[in-house]
Design a protein around this ligand. Structure first.
Ligand code: SF4
Length: 349
């Protein structure tokens, strides 16, 4: 099956030309497949196209739908989590996080995840496989369709480690940027950091997209190597100092500041001494720290830092000249918050 989701206007015009149609038929397909109001998507339903062309596309194995909706779960704050089925009977989750002006889509890049971060539900189930571009793009269309509005911002913070699926990630960013008209600056790619892949991300982005303007968010979660290895097993292969060096190079190459995600874990990484250590690590560096409150995952022992301690930590970073903000968790009553996404449908409701 050749899925047209994630195809550019040019690609679709070429498909039309290849089947003896005028190139504007490609634009008609483009308009149709990226219009979130058109669900359930089926080539047969693109009735602006000649019947004979539609039949030819179906016969040649083209399709424009990828995922199917299994469950939807609406949190009290309006955050919507969707459980979607893939063609091979696996499932993934994505989340729509609305505010008055924005709709942020939190997307998955893999089915499961091999990184096994200790605070994360996704990592408990290992990796099944990476997602194709069409499967990443269909998540956006599902969120838009179910929430009846356009997505304005994208974060790759759902299931999976995006840098282990770098080609499909960048092809998705192309589509998000050009087909959904969402600027790269409104896209965030979050990673636990894997040796050599921060460099590869910027290099490939320049090569494939001609620019690298999305935000790189590193899931740091620790102020030193020892604590980091306790939380993120894969950290033993990548020293925290080397991560910072590679991030500095990323900033130099792209002109974009790096964001550091810091999950506050009670008694483990949330003391004033950790704030001081983190300040020294990030000093003189164009970056931003995002403090995140831990969201409970049933099989994990960590506890949430109190709001008071979080504010003390934040103030200490600020006083040390580090740009810092506190990200409020959204959708935690429906397990839709950071680190809570998973495949296990028994635990879904
Ligand atoms: S936090 Fe991200 S990288 Fe770590 S296990 Fe979860 S999904 Fe994978």
């Amino acid at each position: 099956m050749k899925n047209l989701l994630g195809s550019s206007l040019k690609d679709l015009e070429n498909v039309a030309l290849n089947y003896g149609q005028a190139s504007f038929r490609g634009r008609q397909i483009h308009n149709w497949i990226y219009d979130y109001k058109n669900k359930k998507k089926d080539i047969d339903q693109i009735n602006v196209l000649p019947l004979v062309f539609r039949k030819k596309l179906i016969q040649e194995g083209f399709k424009i739908n990828e995922l199917t909706l299994q469950e939807r779960s609406l949190a009290e704050d309006g955050t919507l989590k969707l459980l979607l089925n893939t063609y091979d009977n696996e499932s993934i989750e994505c989340v729509g996080i609305p505010t008055e002006k924005r709709l942020t889509a939190c997307l998955s890049s893999q089915i499961g995840c091999p990184m096994d971060c200790k605070f994360c539900a996704t990592g408990k189930e290992g990796l099944k496989r990476s997602l194709k571009t069409s499967e990443i793009i269909d998540q956006i269309l599902f969120i838009e369709h179910e929430m009846n509005r356009r997505v304005t911002n994208i974060v790759f913070m759902g299931m999976g480690e995006p840098l282990l699926n770098i080609d499909e990630l960048l092809l998705s960013i192309r589509s998000i940027n050009e087909d959904f008209e969402i600027s790269q600056r409104k896209i965030t790619v979050s990673t636990v950091a894997i040796p050599k892949l921060i460099d590869k991300l910027s290099e490939k982005s320049f090569l494939i997209l001609g620019k690298c303007q999305f935000t790189l968010a590193i899931s740091l979660h620790a102020s030193n190597q020892i604590i980091r290895e306790m939380i993120i097993p894969s950290a033993k292969n990548y020293n925290i100092e080397n991560i910072i060096k590679d991030c500095k190079r990323f900033v130099k190459k792209t002109g974009r500041r790096v964001s550091f995600e810091y999950l506050m874990l009670n008694g483990l990484n949330d003391k004033v001494e950790h704030a001081e250590e983190l300040s020294s690590l990030l000093k003189g560096f164009q970056c931003h720290v995002n403090l995140i409150q831990y969201n409970k995952v049933s099989e994990v022992e960590f506890n949430q830092t109190s709001l008071k301690n979080l504010r003390i930590f934040q103030t200490r970073l600020l006083n040390n000249g580090i740009a810092v903000s506190f990200r409020q968790s959204r959708g935690s009553d429906k397990n839709a918050a950071c680190g809570q996404l998973r495949q296990n449908t028994n635990l879904y409701k």
